[in-house]
Design a binder for this molecule. Sequence first.
Ligand SMILES: Nc1ncnc2c1ncn2[C@@H]1O[C@H](COP(=O)(O)OP(=O)(O)OP(=O)(O)O)[C@@H](O)[C@H]1O
Length: 572
Amino acid sequence: MGVLALLSTIQAVATVGQAYGLTRALVSIWELHSLNSIVLPVCIFVTAFIARQLCEVGKKWVASHFADQVVKDLRPQVQHKLFKAGPASMAQRGTGATVTMLLDGLDQTKTYIQTIMPKMLDMGIIPVVILVVVWWENSLAGIVLLVVFPLLMFFMAILGIAARDKSDKQYAAFQNLNNRFVDTILGLPTLKMLGVSDNYEDEIYKVSERFRKRTMSVIMVAMSSSFALDFFTTLSIAVVAVFLGVNLIHASVALFPALFVLILAPEYFLPIRQFGNDYHATLNGKNALNDITTVLQTPDPARDEDLNLDAWSEDSDLKLSHISFAYDMPHEEKSDATVTTPHALQDISLHVHGYQSIAIVGRSGSGKSSLIDMLAGFHAPQEGNIVLDGISTTHLNIASWQRHIWYIPQKPYIFHGTIADNIRFYTPDASDEQIQSAAMQAGLGDWLSTLKDGLNTAIGEGNRAISGGQAQRIALARVTLDSSREILLFDEPTAHLDIETEYELKQTLVPIMRHHLVIFATHRLHWLDSVDRVVVLDKGKVVQSGVPKELLTEAGPLQALIGEIGGGHVDD
Ligand SMILES: Nc1ncnc2c1ncn2[C@@H]1O[C@H](COP(=O)(O)OP(=O)(O)OP(=O)(O)O)[C@@H](O)[C@H]1O
């Protein structure tokens, strides 16, 4: 910043020197002096011109270097913040908007910083230096310039506010477009299957049209603003010129000061004009920077690094008391005071002790995944209390708790790499034999024998596609590979498996359950024979809880659920 300010000051002095040399040379020629008399002014002009250009290049280099460094620092900070915020926050922002912020947004921020910062310094330094010189030469011309400048700033601010409002809307439309686009790409198989991909194409077209119109309206404001700025500066220069011309005619001012001031007048307005033009051109970068700053300023979810859980053993204890939780409202609904989100979990009390296996069942939307996510520490309850091994805490985002957890979501993520890499993802030191054995245990044997490269087959984004069931088996293989974690949280661990494969996997999972705390959400009620407890959820509340055998004999919510589903699968 200091270097940029120094270069701007040198540039201001060089601009004055350039105008001085030019004026001196012109006046000498006008007054018919010898050619020798213009050598020095021309040298001054050329030196000042070169110095000015060098300053310009230097400023660009420094600003680009600075912007590079800022973006280099920002990128890991934003990533770290997003990782800390967890999957719930990502779901709320939208994948498309997040990816755009991290890729295009950071590049736009770089352009914004490297363009606007030197222009702001120029605007603050160059006109002041020129004004002092003009005032020195002709105080009345100085007064004209001084009066016009705040007026110009005022116009620029008004137009800037109008452009900013439009640009905010355009940026929101851009984020919406990105989210829609990613949504459509991810949902393409469903859209094709339902035969509505054409409708979605129309929808994307409409959203992109909206974005186009908003972009056009930003460009309109930017163009009118540039026009207004140019008009007013030209008018101001004309006023100065007329004023000097009249004084020249009346011989109340000499030719040199009049010409010198006239040549300097456009230079006085140049920084503000350049700032105005670049401000509009970089509004997207400004919005991206705001977006990034908002992410960075979002308070981290409460995380307890101090609460220490050495291990989960047969004597360990977890008590949730009167827990309630509601998801954050989507951004567009936040401003609407009449909209409230219903609680996903309400007044939940749950006592878990030692190596138990607990099935959480309920209709779709009853809160099973939300409860599992809360146990994994992704959501902090808004009400209620949690006591972990005798220590009270308001949430389970606890480093030492999460170190003991295995969490398998409904759709386990498969990373770009080989099957073996994916299995050893959380256990990087596992040997090939251990991976092979974990793969067999998870029921991957038949599939692997059909693959030419076996465990070394590349899968994940852009590689060989795999089925949902295969992804879940890989996730289960990760679990069997790591015996150091005693708590298993599963959200529909067998949702994508056919009943025969599920039965095979059940044989693998049931022995694991005996020496682990296993809590899993499931729609498949045959698991009830293998678990110690079942918790029935309905509309976010625990409506029944107990030993499955006992609950199955009495009329109640579990019976009603079984009645509804008929077979072994609970669904609406
Ligand atoms: N990210 C989210 N933002 C807002 N509301 C959500 C979010 N995720 C879930 N919900 C809402 O919270 C409630 C509970 O959802 P949850 O996914 O926990 O139910 P579930 O029993 O696991 O359903 P399913 O069996 O269909 O997976 C539902 O009303 C759902 O619409």
